[in-house]
Design a protein around this ligand. Sequence first.
Ligand SMILES: C[S@@+](CC[C@H](N)C(=O)[O-])C[C@H]1O[C@@H](n2cnc3c(N)ncnc32)[C@H](O)[C@@H]1O
Length: 256
Amino acid sequence: MSLAQASKRAVAEGPQPTGLESCRETRSEVDRLKEVYREYGERCWRKTKWSVTNRGNLAIRQERERKLEQLLQRTGFLPLGDRRILDVGCGAGETLAGFGAWGAQPENLFGVDLLADRIRRAKENFPKLTFQEANAEALPFGSGFFDLVVLFTVFTSIRDHQMALNVSREINRVLRSGGAVVWYDLRMNNPFNQHVRGISRKGVRRLFPEFDSRLMTVTVLPPLARRSGCLIDLLYPCLASLPFLRSHYLGVLIKP
Ligand SMILES: C[S@@+](CC[C@H](N)C(=O)[O-])C[C@H]1O[C@@H](n2cnc3c(N)ncnc32)[C@H](O)[C@@H]1O
């Protein structure tokens, strides 16, 4: 069986046994998350807020891509070649599609998200990639199927401790030994958004205790970067040189 056939089959076979049956029901957290994202959608503010037509947002994205490429290179994951990649909480798919620039094959790129409308948009935007509406507490893939699991601003949205543990356990299950989580998330609370909470290094370690974690601080505080206007090219490197202005952790967590 070819890799592409194996990939499609992994999805088609549906949910694998996950051990979730024994976990506490997190239905209320699923409902809360859906409600929060419905509100974001109604206000449309996230979309405009993060648009790369703002040069500050563009600088944030470029810095993240540059540093991630260096990290993946250093840890031996580039070129991506035949590696299978799962984006958990993939939203409309842009982050996952970006891995194509590092040599990933479309048939090896998979995304899951709780939200049906985001998965619909992801499928429309990137028809060659595989997207599925799913709760990451029960991932519809076999054990050890992936080389990389991408987690961009997902755990800071999850407020329920049990759901966070269930999701990290599932990620551990579908990741092969020697594979890695690609982590990018807030390290501090956002005073303008009570729906998210920052995650410290210790918090990351609690989620993936066995993993070898290589995290760095990145991303100039977005409200500051966005207000830098046409001075951004000059200002961003200066602001980024001050660690206390960096709002996120970026890194890889390697599974033993
Ligand atoms: C802040 S968004 C980030 C989207 C995307 N990763 C990005 O960086 O643009 C967080 C996403 O995680 C998803 N999510 C949160 N908990 C989830 C869960 N248990 N299972 C699947 N997706 C989840 C949400 O639906 C949402 O689309």
